[in-house]
Design a protein around this ligand. Structure first.
Ligand code: GUN
Length: 292
């Protein structure tokens, strides 16, 4: 069993981005600039956005955080997006999800200039990705693809089972793995909460991507010997032994599943770090588009 280390791969990606950013600045005078919009004060969203901002600084990007109270109006958020769309010094725009219930999320996403859509959630970005001509790929599935590539994992002809059909992770992941790329070229089964015989389907999988958000869901008796296990879960679970009062738990029962796996991602230290690395990659791409 080999651990797929998000720490090692994300550092490698960040080192490359840092070097490319210096080159880009020298050649064009442009410093990549990410603008993040955070609405309300959900603890997990605060942590993710703070991490995104810090990582921008690590690789030499500029960043701007725009905050709104949890009761902000749809119009106020939309006005901020229009302003960022028009600001030529901003190359990437992301709106941290989930949004408060009174906000129409899709309407917000649709307003982002697709050339600045570094989250890859805009319908044009999704459409380009599905057609195999991606502009921006959603950060978590993109990060997983970068990780598989880094470790040289041969996915051709393998049966990949994706658990979870979210627009952010499961569905784009299933599309990317099905494409005629490397990694890719998988036979993909996309499972969800209405799937029957989930255990039997998982047991057939050469690759399992667990992205359903239920801590410890994937048990040892659900996986085949030698399977590749990718854990996307990042649920906060109360833990009084931690300074923060919580521990981060993945969707995989790691201790039981790891001995059966050929490769497995840990939580923390796995996919989460790759999500950030992929976001940085997309932001550099956006800055390069702006220089064309
Ligand atoms: N919430 C959970 N994951 C993500 C992500 O990748 N991007 C944004 N904007 N919000 C998220």
């Amino acid at each position: 069993m080999e651990i797929l280390s998000g720490k090692i791969v994300a550092e490698a990606v960040k080192t490359q981005i840092t070097a490319d950013t210096i080159l880009h600045k020298n050649n064009t005078g442009i410093t990549p600039h990410l603008a993040a919009i955070l609405i309300g004060n959900d603890g997990a969203s605060e942590t993710y956005v703070a991490s995104k901002i810090k990582n921008c600084a690590d690789v030499g990007f500029k960043s701007t955080l725009i905050r709104f109270d949890g009761d902000a109006s749809q119009a106020a958020i939309e006005a901020a997006i229009v302003q960022l769309n028009n600001d030529t010094a901003v190359h990437g725009i992301l709106v941290q999800l989930p949004l408060p219930k009174h906000i129409n999320e899709q309407q917000i996403i649709n307003l982002i200039n697709p050339l600045k859509d570094v989250d890859g959630f805009h319908p044009i970005s999704i459409g380009n990705m599905v057609l195999g001509n991606a502009s921006f790929i959603p950060a978590t599935p993109y990060g997983i693809m970068l990780m598989l590539k880094h470790y040289g994992i041969d996915t051709v002809g393998k049966h990949a089972v994706v658990i979870g059909r979210s627009n952010i992770v499961g569905r784009p992941m299933s599309i990317l793995l099905s494409q005629a790329t490397n990694p890719g070229n998988c036979t993909v089964t996309l499972c969800h909460s209405k799937t029957q015989n989930l255990k039997a389907i998982c047991k057939e999988a050469d690759i399992v991507i667990a992205a359903l958000g239920i801590p410890g869901f994937l048990k040892a008796d659900m996986v085949k010997e030698g399977a590749i296990i990718i854990d996307v879960g990042i649920t906060r679970v109360a833990d009084s032994s931690k300074k923060t009062g919580f521990a981060i738990k993945g969707d995989v029962d790691f201790d039981a599943v790891a001995p059966k796996a050929s490769f497995i991602t840990p939580v923390p230290g796995g996919v989460g770090l790759m999500t950030i690395a992929a976001l940085l990659t997309n932001t550099l791409t956006a800055a390069k588009l702006a220089a064309q």
